[in-house]
Design a protein around this ligand. Structure first.
Ligand SMILES: Nc1nc2c(ncn2[C@@H]2O[C@H](COP(=O)(O)OP(=O)(O)O)[C@@H](O)[C@H]2O)c(=O)[nH]1
Ligand SMILES: [Mg+2]
Length: 366
């Protein structure tokens, strides 16, 4: 079995390269978009990378067939489930609006939103708002354009972290969402690209491995790091690091359901009053989970939302719900495990395009 990586400017180009090199039998293992370094990020120029494999059939014909059948069955079942959900959503829409039937342009926009996995209630809201603004005579293109603008406006953004003497920025959020990795990306970028003096504080004392994870990054990037577990230790650490341009604070990944722990975190942060508190959310969880997490962390008073794992999310429609149900702006988006590359300042226009137009990369896979 050989795996090869192909890079091109667009997805069709990359797929054509795969076909040329490996033939039509090749299986696409994964595909991702990425920016080409700093210049790429600044200019927004993208590359697409595809990993593909030409499989040699070592399995017996029978194994192969039965596996193929299972795969096929699973895929069909998943597609049927999805279809069922969409039909249900459309039915609800039809019932909800039976008295004032939706004009075709609006109905088509509604199905377009449901297709992008935008939650029913939000889709209905967006369609109703557009209809109020444009009236029943508007054509499809006008309606879609208006809705796209509304979604873009839902994604308020904060711009990058503000750097300055003694600026303290904390990342909070559930376990495993990518706080430590994101801190490493931010620290490396501010330190190595912007030549800023950056320090790290971690209150992640619950898991030794977690402290070591950040320490490894601190060593590689060559940054001072302090480990704290009480408000007193935190104040002392701040006195030591206070002269730096940016102090990034990693917090314990505690379960958001544990209210006591959220309170503890709150007490700790209240003692130093960070200038910015980014609530880190993973794009891989559903809308309901995102909203619950935002509710649970409300007492800690986050100042922005930072969304990770965009690369792993099947669709991004639920981010529209999160943005519309939260008064907080988006700060950064991350799209991979690579430190320091896979992070970008949130851009409403590009995020909207990803929500509505990106091909669902997973569907291109095996
Ligand atoms: N695919 C993907 N994985 C990520 C991203 N950010 C973090 N991870 C991974 O998620 C896992 C948990 O990350 P970690 O930073 O330890 O999470 P924490 O518990 O919130 O500190 C690690 O395997 C990271 O490499 C991302 O943007 N995309
Ligand atoms: Mg961590």
């Amino acid at each position: 079995m050989s795996i090869k990586t192909f890079k091109a400017r667009t997805l069709p180009e990359a797929l054509a390269m795969v076909r040329r090199e490996l033939g039509p039998e090749a299986t696409v293992l994964h595909a991702r978009h990425y920016n080409r370094g700093w210049w790429g990020r600044l200019t927004g120029s993208h590359q697409v990378e595809i990993a593909a494999r030409l499989e040699e059939r070592v399995e017996s014909e029978f194994d192969y067939r039965s596996k193929y059948r299972d795969d096929f069955k699973n895929r069909v079942t998943a597609q049927l489930d999805e279809l069922e959900a969409k039909v249900e959503a459309l039915q609800t829409c039809a019932t909800a609006t039976s008295t004032h039937r939706l004009p075709p342009a609006y109905f088509s926009a509604y199905t377009w939103l449901i297709d992008a996995d935008i939650q029913q209630d939000v889709a209905r809201e967006l369609v109703a708002e557009a209809r109020d603004a444009l009236g029943d005579a508007a054509d499809r293109h006008t309606v879609r354009h208006d809705i796209q603008q509304s979604i873009e406006q839902s994604f308020r953004t904060s711009g990058p972290i503000q750097v300055g003497r003694g600026r303290l920025v904390a990342l909070i959020g559930p376990t495993g969402v990518g706080k430590t990795t994101t801190i490493a990306k931010l620290a490396a970028n501010f330190r190595l690209r912007d030549r800023r003096r950056v320090g790290l504080i971690t209150v992640d004392t619950y898991r030794v491995a977690a402290v070591e994870q950040l320490r490894t990054y601190a060593d590689i990037i060559d940054l001072p790091m302090e480990v704290v577990s009480t408000p007193d230790e935190l104040s002392q650490a701040m006195q030591r690091l206070g002269g730096l341009d940016l102090i990034l604070m990693d917090t314990a990944g505690r379960s958001p359901r544990d209210e006591v722990k959220v309170k503890e975190l709150n007490t700790l942060l209240a003692s130093v009053r960070p200038h910015e508190v980014h609530l880190v959310l993973s794009a891989t969880v559903g809308a309901k989970n995102l909203l619950t997490t935002m509710d649970n962390f409300r007492p800690v008073r986050p100042t922005s939302l930072l969304v990770t794992k965009l690369d792993e999310a099947i669709s991004l429609g639920h981010l529209v719900s999160a943005a519309r149900r939260s008064e907080l702006p988006l700060s950064y988006l991350t799209h991979g495990q690579n430190v320091p590359d896979d992070i970008a300042v949130a851009d409403a226009e590009r995020l909207t395009q990803s929500v509505l137009m990106e091909p669902k990369i997973q569907e291109l896979g095996a």
